[in-house]
Design a protein around this ligand. Structure first.
Ligand code: NAD
Ligand code: GLY
Length: 369
């Protein structure tokens, strides 16, 4: 694949279908937005880090089509994925006299995308929105598939909606300014697609991780396209997570416990997911589903991507108990029983329960002493 070719991935959801466009030089090109509906006004939702880098160029690209372009700049960080930040978007929409046709543009990473998407889902009971993801994590996962949410102090992404964008514009050039730690965090959600769906992709990542970390354009283009294809396939079969879509949460049950237990923002979401995948792989092995060779291979790749592979201790008194307590709040839990995404065989995942004593052993083995 040549990195200068425009790649598109279709999300097929009947009347909610849309395209993901992938290439460099996209987000500030008016043609990227040509097919979008007309409106009197648009609101760009961004944050204090991404706004200064990219908001003006997006405004310019939209200015030929939309008469009034407003911008709201949110505080940056997972810790600000809250009602208060969400309200800043509603404040901007209402104070600028926005209406039902106003388009929202989510310009930023997954935090901005999830919040702008939730605002779009609920403002006037739903206005159209476009995702312009600027982190690797957002390009390969969060901007695609319509999950939107904010956090609650008692649980991550607990308040939200399924709401699909009109389009996703993945501009690979925006990844040039991404800090290395954030690139690695995004790679957790990339690596995830291997064990759950495509072991050939896992092998490709093993062979090409250095090129990806060096941000070689062709390598990034392949990573984003293949990840979006796999996600599109899953979401196309199960938009609202009544079954299959849960496999996309591989590593997330443990990972969300790490994020909530340490306090949001202490570890990056992708770091927690990477370590959560290590734990979920060990659980799969203890349940007799995969062998040590598979687990070691996955752990090695996660480490190679620059991600932590040892989980943090969340309590001096009863660490495993604290993990279990936090994981019972996971959205997949049913009547207090924690459900885990496990690897049934390399390339295939499913949701399973697991006895507490087995989970405790996994936590004890995976946490720092
Ligand atoms: P993020 O949005 O916090 O972005 C990471 C950091 O990079 C931030 O400081 C941001 O300001 C900065 N940044 C963004 N783009 C940049 C750029 N091009 N150059 C320089 N800095 C840039 O984090 P994230 O990893 O993108 O997203 C994590 C969030 O996504 C979590 O809240 C998670 O719950 C959510 N998520 C949602 C879904 C979904 O399906 N909706 C899936 C996975 C993750
Ligand atoms: N990131 C998990 C999902 O979109 O379902």
């Amino acid at each position: 694949m040549h990195s200068s070719d425009l790649q598109t991935v279709a999300i097929k959801l009947a009347e909610r279908s849309y395209h993901i466009a992938i290439r460099g030089s996209l987000f500030d090109n008016p043609l990227s937005y040509a097919e979008l509906p007309n409106a009197h006004s648009v609101l760009i939702v961004t944050n204090t880090t991404v706004g200064p880098l990219y908001a003006e160029r997006l405004q310019r690209a939209l200015s030929g089509k939309y008469p009034r372009i407003h911008t709201v700049v949110l505080p940056d960080g997972e810790v600000f994925k809250t009602w208060e930040s969400l309200n800043l978007i509603f404040d901007a929409l209402l104070s600028h006299g926005c209406d039902r046709k106003t388009l929202l543009f989510a310009l930023g990473g997954g935090v901005v995308g999830d919040m702008a998407g939730f605002a779009a889902a609920s403002f006037m009971r739903g206005v159209p929105f476009v995702q312009v993801p600027t982190t690797l994590l957002a390009q390969v996962d969060s901007s695609v598939g319509g999950k939107t949410a904010i956090n609650h102090p008692l649980g991550k992404n607990m308040i939200g909606a399924f709401y699909q964008p009109l389009k996703v514009v993945c501009d690979l050039d925006t990844l040039k300014t991404l800090p290395a730690r954030e690139l690695s965090a995004g790679l957790a959600e990339v690596i995830k697609y291997g064990p759950i769906a495509d072991m050939d992709f896992l092998a490709w990542l093993e062979a090409n991780m250095d090129a990806v970390l060096a941000r070689e354009p062709a390598a990034l283009a392949h990573v984003v396209k293949r990840s979006c294809e796999i996600k599109a396939d899953v979401v196309g079969q199960d938009e609202r997570e009544s079954g299959l879509r849960a496999i996309l949460n591989f590593g997330h049950t443990f990972g969300h416990a790490i994020e909530a237990g340490l306090g949001y923002g202490e570890w990056l979401h992708g770091e927690a997911v990477g370590c959560g995948m290590v734990m979920a792989a060990h659980l799969s092995q203890r349940l007799g589903l995969v062998d040590a060779f598979f687990v070691n291979r996955l752990v090695h790749l996660i480490q190679k991507a620059g991600l932590p592979i040892k989980a943090p201790s969340l309590s001096d008194a009863d660490n495993a108990g604290r993990y279990l307590e936090l994981m019972r709040l996971d959205k997949k839990s049913e009547a207090g029983e924690i459900k885990f995404v496990v690897i049934e065989q390399p390339g295939r995942a499913a949701v399973h329960g697991a006895p507490d004593d087995v989970v405790r052993k996994v936590i004890d083995a995976c946490c720092v002493a």
